[in-house]
Ligand binder design. Structure first.
Ligand SMILES: [Zn+2]
Length: 584
């Protein structure tokens, strides 16, 4: 691990405006800078960089981050390489103690070279292996396509890679996942007798391999383990090769296997990519939606395929910005994209993709398939099961669509569905009702904390009722800030710590709002006090409402002694309670 203190120091030294301006010319726009977004196609600039807060946000596609994430996304660098690159620019030395992974000596940059050399070696071996060539020919793969994807062959021997590397025992080979070590300390090639598919990052550097076994045995498909270069949940196979076609078609087709990607490319469908032995993650979705407006998941029609599609759906919900869409295609039983395109041809396949089932339809169908839609209970169950999914959607239009369809399917009215699903408006404008904790207060609180993280130290615990995603997000943010110790990290540094949190989307939204409407520095403490005051008041009222209902039902004797105290206090001195809470 690179020490947090170093990351803070680095972000302090680097100016995100200078950095980005070197890649994308920025224009001053009020307090911020703007440009057409480098991560999605657009004609008017919605990509905004905040010089004071040192982060960028695209109001079009949702791209968001610090100088570190900009370099990662723009140049396809890994986290550590991005830090190295930035350090180099500002003349900082990355601390030698880079973490357990690299204690043994090997360096990340060395791993990239190792992978490049292995890739070249496998590629050359393919020409010498008749059975590998026959396998590819049998699948209809031309030499041109094999070259485009850098397909190779790992020979059968136990230590074939020794021919490509002077030092077969070098720690880099093991760290890169190419060489394994048996219990008795013997070294062996991880990939043997396999057709090799290099997995490349956006820069086109090989970061991992997928290998398809030619002989009998198991497993039929083997991927590199996760390494400092390769994180499965982030990478997709075929991305650099698909780039031009993605831009052309504005659609990414996500399939299950690398052979599917290759076969589709062979038939002129260049915009397919595959996830790597893992479900489609929200990171995958975000990554693809930066480049295209539409993702179509193309899976087998069997139970496993539908399960994979459902997980893709779940992970797409939160990552799906306005104006982007997701569709699903299920192939006929016993077909995969490879066999389908070979038997039915390119046009038939393109037609399937064009007519993909919209997300809303797939969602409803799947839910309805395990509810008895002929009974009232079944229809109610449908709505109940849709509730958590609807709550995760960030796009008002799609949510409205789904609510409408849910209403049709369930026989409830649209407002009833909204109420049952506890849906609050996504665009936060109207003040929320008590007794639910007002998100209208939590939003500004989040913005305040992001603008001045030190404030976390003054937030009374009693102000937060943990009954909404916003409250959870505020709680997590405070924990993160307090755990970071002194000096309190600014937002750009916090961003790196919040990466991957389930409420990352909420933080990003709040930061984007902050970018447009920052609090004046001289007002910020007073604003904070005001919000906390109102939160505590609302919380007192909420507690009181809950207790009042309990009393109405059970009488005063239904309350615990602690509750009784609260009840009396709240009913008599609701105005002063907040003061008490604050001073305690
Ligand atoms: Zn964008």
């Amino acid at each position: 691990m690179i020490p947090e203190s170093f990351i803070q120091e680095l972000l302090h030294r680097v100016d995100v405006v200078d950095l980005i301006d070197g890649y994308v010319p920025l224009k001053k726009a009020g307090a911020n800078f703007a440009a057409c977004c480098p991560f999605h196609n657009e004609k008017s600039p919605s990509f905004t960089v905040s010089p004071s807060k040192q982060f960028y946000h695209c109001f079009g596609c949702g791209a968001h981050g610090s100088a570190i994430s900009f370099l990662m996304e723009y140049s396809g660098l890994g986290f550590i390489d991005a830090i190295k690159e930035l350090s180099h620019r500002v003349g900082l030395q990355v601390p030698e103690d880079e973490g357990r992974r690299t204690h043994d000596g090997p360096k990340i940059s060395g791993l990239t070279e190792v992978m490049a050399r292995a890739s070249k070696y496998y590629y050359e071996q393919l020409k010498r292996s008749e059975k590998a060539i026959n396998y590819l020919k049998g699948r209809g793969v031309s030499g041109e396509i094999a070259q485009k994807f850098g397909i190779g062959y790992a020979p059968e021997g136990g230590q074939s890679l020794a021919a490509a590397f002077d030092d077969y025992g070098a720690a880099e080979l093991q760290l890169a996942g190419l060489v394994g070590k048996s219990d008795d300390g013997r070294l062996y090639d991880r990939f043997r007798d396999r057709v090799m598919f290099p997995i490349m990052n956006q820069k086109g550097e090989t970061i991992a391999f997928g290998g398809r076994l030619l002989g009998d045995g198991k497993p039929k498909y083997l991927n590199s383990p996760e390494t400092p270069l390769f994180e499965k949940g982030r990478e997709v196979f075929g991305l650099p090769q698909a780039r031009a076609a993605l831009r052309d078609k504005d659609t990414a087709i996500v399939v299950e296997g690398y052979m599917d990607v290759v076969a589709l490319a062979q038939h002129g469908v260049g915009n397919a990519v595959a996830t790597l032995g893992t479900a489609t993650t929200a990171t995958h979705v975000q990554k693809l939606l930066r480049q295209v407006d539409r993702i179509v998941y193309c899976f087998d029609g069997d139970a496993a395929g539908r399960k994979a599609a459902w997980r893709a759906l779940e992970n797409s919900l939160e990552a799906l910005p306005e104006q982007k869409s997701v569709g699903f295609v299920f192939l006929p039983e016993a077909d995969d994209p490879d066999s389908f395109v070979r038997n039915q041809g390119t046009e038939a396949f393109e037609r399937l993709i064009a007519q993909a089932m919209p997300l809303s339809e797939f969602l409803l169908r799947e839910l309805a398939s395990h509810c008895d839609m002929t009974s009232a209970e079944g229809k109610a169950k449908l709505v109940a099961e849709a509730k958590p999914l609807l709550g995760r959607l960030q796009t008002p239009l799609l949510r409205l669509q789904l609510v409408k369809r849910l209403a049709e399917a369930s026989g409830f009215s649209q407002p009833e569905v909204e109420r049952l699903c506890d849906l609050r408006p996504i665009v936060r404008a109207a003040p929320a009702r008590v007794p639910r904790q007002a998100p209208s207060l939590l939003r500004p609180l989040l913005r305040l904390l992001l603008q001045k993280p030190e404030l976390a130290k003054g937030l009374p615990l009693g102000a937060l009722a943990p009954n909404s995603a916003e409250a959870r997000a505020v709680g997590y943010l405070c924990q993160t800030i307090l755990a970071a110790g002194e000096p309190t990290p600014p937002y750009a540094a916090l961003l790196e710590r919040l990466r991957g949190n389930e409420d990352e989307g909420i933080f990003r939204e709040a930061a984007a709002e902050l970018m447009q409407q920052p609090f004046a520095e001289e007002d910020i403490d007073a604003e904070f006090d005001g919000v906390v005051h109102r939160l505590l008041e609302a919380e007192t009222r909420r507690t009181f409402e809950v207790l009042k209902q309990k009393v109405a039902k059970l009488g005063l004797s239904g309350l615990s002694s602690e509750e009784k105290q609260q009840y009396v206090l709240a009913s008599t001195t609701s105005g002063r309670t907040t003061e008490l809470n604050r001073s305690s």
